[in-house]
Design a protein around this ligand. Structure first.
Ligand code: VG1
Ligand code: CO
Length: 543
């Protein structure tokens, strides 16, 4: 076995976005493309000689090839041990769990999350640090800098490795351990939740469906829900992971999780429905004919946390990404907890959790999680809900209505315009920025504008500053209108418009969010001039 030093040249644009480097498979398949990025990661993360690296992915097309290359490069660069999921599989939260449990130096996670998979679709890679969470911006910037100067990478010249059987072997002095992708994660879930109570709930006639969307959560959900918790076989739908996710778009929202939505809004709908995304870190929660917005879900989990064994002692604080609704802020205020507002992307929660300042975190983009790992965690959120339902023995809808009665309702919606011309998308945001000085003090959608800015965040733990994290139009009554460009897409630009208004009056809590927000939606269109600037007259996805 020979260690080769291969000469290479930099590729343009290997800049990690909101969650790692995501590109079309065709881009990743170019000779040296992936190797360059992996070497740039290894050159940026400090002294890992003899240390442990965790590797796994969501099983999408190109996952296996990528993992073979990464293992050979990890050995050639001096890692002492690699833990890799059997068949190259690890959901994102499971990878975070394995990194933490084994005190690994870090991990490489192969996924483009909710983006479609297949030879013409997307692939992605990101580096997670030793706390199990996504690398902070300081690291991703260093990686990007290295990709621009790279001249060589190191790789072991050998045949492909057998990763389909649990066990261990040596590769050029490095130990490779092929691990069961589910067991450590399942054990962690059992330590947090009252499995006996959930088992009793599922045995009591309570019905549920979980849509794994042909992605990585299938094996996890089957093992935990149908295996440990005794849910009937068939509870997990679309549970066989496929390299192309069955041709679908594994994004658990009302548009893309249509199989599940049809069941939950059909005759004889189950009591509870949930779905997860490509890499298992997102979740959608549904009741019988009822959708729980991710922002409300976070608030409900925070308000009910002490019902769950893992959080029975209370939670330290909460955090949400800036565009996420302020529903959880109201729960935090009533419980006397600190509440942090961070930029979009899970990497901003890591420091707060490491410092013990927060326990629960969430994003409006169907991401919820806690300090048990350093990623958002789809199945964890589902189990949290099941534990609450087992304890409260009320329908999902009643829990929400009750929650709104106590805290008021933050009407919330996100409108996405996907695949927009990049220059036109930038012009839409600029158009709003151009009105920063004139809008405050004027009336929009029947409300007074109080402040407009580009959201900027100073990390309270390490003092690092992240600027330009979303264009905000804030109103005196707490309503908000936010414009942001996606940092995870791979073609054109995606404009996200986030709309929120607060309603204290319980008599007005039963409206459809699109109806309640109609004036805000209209005002956002006129302020941004989105239609004339992009030629789009309606969103691609509404959540
Ligand atoms: C989106 C979401 C963001 C999330 C990110 C990664 O980013 O808005 O909240 O953290 O995806 O989620 P953007 O930049 O496209 O808005 V996942 O499930 O792709 O790891
Ligand atoms: Co994801």
């Amino acid at each position: 076995m020979r260690i080769q030093t291969v000469s290479t040249e930099p590729f343009e644009g290997q800049q990690p976005g909101t969650s790692g480097l995501r590109k079309k498979v065709k881009v990743f398949k170019q000779p040296h493309y992936l190797a360059n990025f992996v070497q740039a990661v290894f050159d940026s993360i400090g002294d890992f000689a003899g240390q442990t690296l965790v590797v796994g992915g969501d099983g999408r097309f190109f996952n296996r090839e990528a993992i073979q290359m990464i293992l050979k490069m990890a050995a050639a660069n001096g890692f002492g041990r690699v833990l890799v999921g059997q068949g190259g599989i690890l959901s994102t939260p499971a990878a975070s769990c394995v990194i933490r449990k084994n005190k690994a130096f870090g991990g490489l996670i192969l996924s483009a999350s909710h983006n479609p998979a297949g030879p013409d679709e997307d692939f992605g890679i990101k580096y997670n640090i030793g706390n199990g969470g996504p690398a902070p911006e300081g690291v991703t910037e260093a990686v990007f800098a290295h990709t621009r100067n790279i001249e060589f990478y190191n790789i072991v010249d050998c045949a492909d490795l057998d990763l389909d059987h649990v066990g261990s072997f040596e590769l050029a002095g490095m130990q490779v351990e092929v691990i069961d992708p589910v067991s450590d994660y399942a054990e962690l879930m059992e330590s947090l939740f009252d499995f006996a109570a959930i088992r009793a709930l599922l045995a009591s006639g309570f019905t549920m469906k979980f849509d794994a969307m042909h992605a990585v959560t299938g094996p996890y959900a089957k093992a935990i829900l149908e295996g440990c918790l005794g849910a009937p076989a068939g509870t997990v739908m679309n549970g066989e992971p496929k390299e192309d996710f069955g041709g679908g778009h594994p994004d658990p929202n009302l548009t893309y999780a249509h199989d599940l939505v049809e069941i939950m809004y059909g005759d004889d709908a189950p009591d509870f429905g949930a779905a997860s995304d490509g890499d298992g870190d997102r979740n959608m929660i549904l009741g019988n004919h009822f959708f729980v917005t991710p922002s409300d879900s976070l608030a409900v989990l925070a308000a009910n946390a002490t019902r769950v064994p893992g959080y029975a002692g209370g939670i330290a604080g909460v955090a949400r990404s800036m565009p996420t609704s302020a529903a959880v802020d109201r729960v935090a205020a009533s419980l006397g907890l600190d509440c942090y507002e961070t930029p979009t992307g899970w990497k901003f929660f890591g420091n707060l959790m490491d410092a013990g300042r927060v326990t629960l975190c969430g994003e409006e983009s169907f991401g919820t999680g806690s300090g048990h790992v350093r990623e958002k965690d789809g199945l964890w959120a589902v189990l949290f809900w099941l534990n609450i339902l087992a304890d409260r023995k009320e329908p999902v809808a009643d829990i929400l209505v009750d929650h709104w009665k106590q805290f008021g309702r933050n009407y919330y919606s996100r409108h996405d315009y996907e695949g927009v011309d990049a220059a036109a998308a930038a012009a839409v945001l600029q158009r709003v920025r151009d009105q920063f000085s004139t809008l405050p003090g004027t009336e929009l959608a029947g409300r007074m504008v109080s402040l407009c800015d580009d959201f900027s965040y100073t990390d309270p733990v390490d003092g690092s500053v992240s600027r330009n994290q979303g264009v905000r139009v804030l109103f005196e009554d707490g309503s908000r209108m936010i414009f942001r460009l996606s940092g995870t897409g791979t073609s054109g630009a995606t404009i996200r418009i986030y709309l929120e208004s607060y309603e204290a009056d319980a008599g007005r809590h039963g409206l459809d969010a699109q109806v309640a927000l109609a004036d805000m939606i209209e005002a956002a269109a006129s302020v941004s001039q989105l239609q004339p600037l992009t030629g789009r007259d309606k969103p691609t996805v509404i959540t």
